[in-house]
Design a protein around this ligand. Structure first.
Ligand code: F6P
Length: 342
């Protein structure tokens, strides 16, 4: 078979590990041929390709980012987009596609599958918000990066008797904030799943100062104060209709400084959470996803996404992958609350 591979949406550590596993097993075990599509769905849409053989995937396992490039292109928002994809695939002799992406990329894959394109999906995102899989790769790396930042911020916060507010990514799911906050011993964790009362946060912060210990507040970029509007830097929407989040950390530290009279600073971790080398957990998960995805393609089991269920990799219908956003259950948040302010 001649198989196209693409990576779409926000990049994350582990994408190259998937590409490597797909190509290595696809060539060595099954004798397939590969074509790399550049920049997500823009690749098949505009016929942008690059060679993708065993030589091209040597040495990429530990590399962050994606050798194929990525974009948030939505072919369903472009006139004649689907027809162009179909005709480019036919012209290039592509029998099937492996689409590696999150909610948006896999949403496109689902629709294309319904329109007769042979696709197998692989779930990625640092946000860990895809309902059909226990974990996505990229998440563990992002959490470890945020945890290390929190560890470092503890020491400087203590020296200067300051509040440090750490804003992390995750879009509308609080997984990164919850895990990084728990692992880093944050004083307060704020998630999109539950609106927060800034007066309550200020009380936690003051209590921590009374213990002669400076507070670290971890806030997810999608968290919102009670009765407030979501704080965003700009209101532009991307091709999938998402607003760019960010800014809540600054708003929160200014409010906490005003309420407590103690200096507060903000650290926005931003894209640092998506960059660099993947953790061992993400490398293994990404590699296993890649191996199972090429098995599915080889068997002609299209319209599926590989998923982690407990410790096993299974196949689920693509349509299930994007049906539900996996947010943090409130019980998981309540578990963490025991540490707030103490
Ligand atoms: O979905 C991954 C993610 O990093 C989110 O956590 C974040 O809100 C968004 O992408 C940022 O996207 P961009 O890199 O396009 O600004």
């Amino acid at each position: 078979m001649r198989i196209g591979v693409l990576t779409g949406g926000g990049d994350c550590p582990g994408l190259n590990a998937v590409i490597r596993a797909v190509v290595r097993k696809g060539v060595d075990t099954y004798g397939h041929e590969f074509v790399g599509f550049r920049d997500g769905w823009r690749g098949p849409l505009e016929g942008l390709t690059r060679p993708l053989g065993v030589a091209e995937v040597r040495g990429i396992l530990p590399r962050g980012g994606t050798i194929l490039g990525s974009s948030r292109t939505n072919p369903f928002k472009i006139d004649g987009g689907v027809e162009r994809i179909k005709s480019n695939l036919a012209e290039l002799g592509i029998d099937a596609l492996v689409a590696i992406g999150g909610e948006d990329t896999l949403g496109v894959a689902t629709k294309l599958d319904e329109l007769g394109v042979n696709v197998v999906g692989v779930p990625k995102t640092i946000d860990n918000d895809l309902g059909a899989t226990d974990y996505t790769f990229g998440f563990d790396t992002a959490v470890n990066i945020a945890m290390e930042a929190i560890d470092r911020l503890h020491t400087t916060a203590e020296s200067h008797h300051r509040t440090l507010v750490v804003e992390v990514m995750g879009r509308h799911a609080g997984w990164i904030a919850l895990h990084a906050g728990l692992a880093g011993g944050a004083n307060v964790i704020l998630l999109p799943e539950r609106k927060f009362d800034v007066d309550q946060v200020a009380t936690y912060v003051e209590k921590r100062f009374q213990h002669q210990y400076a507070p670290i507040v971890v806030v997810a970029e999608g968290a919102q104060p009670l009765e407030g509007q979501m704080v965003t830097q700009n209101h532009e929407l991307d091709a999938f209709g998402h607003v760019r989040l960010g800014g809540i950390g600054q708003w929160l530290s200014e409010s906490l400084e005003a309420k407590t009279g103690k200096e507060a600073r903000t650290v926005v971790l931003g894209h640092i959470q998506r960059g660099g080398t993947p953790t061992a957990f993400d490398r293994v998960l990404a590699t296993r996803f890649g191996l199972h995805a090429i098995d599915a393609v080889n068997e002609g089991d299209f319209g599926k996404m590989v998923a982690l269920r407990s410790t096993d990799i299974s196949r689920v219908p693509l349509v299930e992958a994007t049906r539900e956003l996996k947010t943090v259950p409130i019980e998981r948040y309540t578990e963490a609350e025991v540490f707030f302010g103490s």
